[in-house]
Design a binder for this molecule. Structure first.
Ligand SMILES: Cc1ncc(COP(=O)(O)O)c(C=O)c1O
Length: 389
């Protein structure tokens, strides 16, 4: 069967909630994807950051396959070797005083847990997030998300007691925060709104404002975490300790998993049944996540993300096209902001063998796997130069 056949089946049987990229992808290998006709694409998409180690990764495959043959799922009321080891691994790599893990299956679920835990820990109800921030689409997380109106408006009213301030403007947070604020929820680098890297002192100011109001700082590392920016968690670049940290996407490099990391102080306010999740912390996902951490270390991938990311950004900056407004990014989280709409260029790049993510109206977002090499950058740059003249 060909792309058209699979597409027709998709149209018939799958809920119409995604725009179509016009390709049937059937295989992935390293930093490459292959379509149903055998055409090869450089993957600067990684399923929006999920396949952090690329595709068909020996270490992940072995860990998952071996765990599948042992035990796939186990409810949280029983102890499991892989779950305990995975939690220990996460905490060993977590910044500041984060000391315990709540396991779930996705980014939006990790945010739901963070919202509930913040309310429990502080006894307050109000949550503040940033304009142009993205935290997921379940109703709680969606109340914090503020990117496209079409995401929120049909479902309003959403959560009560939610306010938004301008990202990278601590002064505007100070104006709206109060002693009723349970938490301020922020991405270290805004991803969905086009890779917005804040000033280096932004988070230090935010943390101080939170402390002055008895509010928690929740950091959403769903897209920026797991080595993408050259540190396991991007917030490490900004010298602040979060009270809660949300992770997902790359945490198990393709196996569904989410995690909400909390401090001892937050943990002390939780109780049996306050929030649970049937699949959360299943041994298969935990085995994959342990393999992700071990592989990042074994292959020195934090350094790679930093060095190859710097190289990618500098090559993009050297490329002087009148169509480009700005190049932004940190590590392998990179954006080309165009002076014109980006959708057509994303399509042209794809037709030429490079998959990126059109974001907002003018941005092309690059989230390649962190195994990306300088040679891969050169290969991608050749296509970029050809398409964005
Ligand atoms: C920063 C951030 N938070 C939360 C989410 C939601 O994650 P998921 O789609 O796994 O629910 C995303 C997804 O793009 C994200 O980028």
């Amino acid at each position: 069967m060909e792309h058209e056949d699979y597409y027709a089946m998709q149209e018939k049987y799958i809920a119409p909630v995604y725009g179509s990229r016009g390709l049937t992808i059937v295989k992935g290998e390293g930093v490459y994807l292959y379509d149903s006709e055998g055409k090869k694409y450089i993957d600067c998409f990684s399923n929006i950051g999920v396949n952090i180690l690329g595709h068909n990764v020996k270490e992940i495959n072995e860990a998952v396959y071996s765990q599948m043959q042992t035990l796939t799922n186990l409810h949280g009321s029983f102890t499991n070797d892989k779950r305990s080891l995975c939690a220990k691994k996460l905490i060993e790599h977590a910044p500041g005083k984060l000391s315990k893990v709540f396991f779930c299956n996705s980014g939006t679920e990790s945010i739901e847990a963070a919202i509930k835990f913040s309310k429990l820990a502080t006894g307050k109800q109000e949550i503040i997030a940033a304009k142009m921030g993205y935290h997921g689409k379940t109703l709680g997380a969606l109340s914090l998300t503020k990117t496209l109106k079409k995401y929120n408006e049909p479902y309003e009213p959403l959560l009560e007691h939610v306010k938004h301030f301008s990202y990278n403007d601590a002064g505007s947070l100070k104006e709206i925060i109060s002693e009723n604020t349970a938490a301020v929820v922020l991405e270290p680098i805004q991803g969905e709104s086009g890779i917005r890297v804040p000033d280096m002192d932004f988070f230090v100011k935010v943390k101080e404002i939170c402390e002055n109001n008895g509010s928690l700082l929740v950091i959403d590392e769903v897209q920026s975490g797991m080595g993408r920016t050259g540190k396991i968690f991007a917030i490490e670049h900004f010298n602040v300790d979060p009270d809660i940290l949300c992770s997902a996407k790359g945490i198990a490099s393709g196996i569904p998993m989410g995690a909400t990391l909390i401090t001892e102080e937050v943990s002390s306010k939780l109780f049996n049944g306050c929030h649970t999740n049937t699949f959360g912390g299943n041994p298969m996902a935990c085995a994959a996540s342990i393999a992700v951490f071990d592989t990042i270390k074994k292959k020195n991938l934090l350094k790679n993300a930093q060095e190859v990311g710097d190289y990618f950004i500098s090559e993009l900056k050297k490329f002087d096209s009148p169509l480009i407004r700005e190049i932004r990014g940190m590590g392998l989280m990179i954006a080309i902001d165009l002076k014109t709409k980006s959708t057509k260029f994303a399509k042209d790049l794809q037709d030429n063998g490079l998959i990126v993510i059109p974001t907002g109206s003018t941005v092309l977002r690059f989230l390649p796997p962190i195994i990306f090499s300088k040679e891969n950058v050169d290969e991608a740059m050749e296509i970029v130069k050809k398409v964005i003249k």
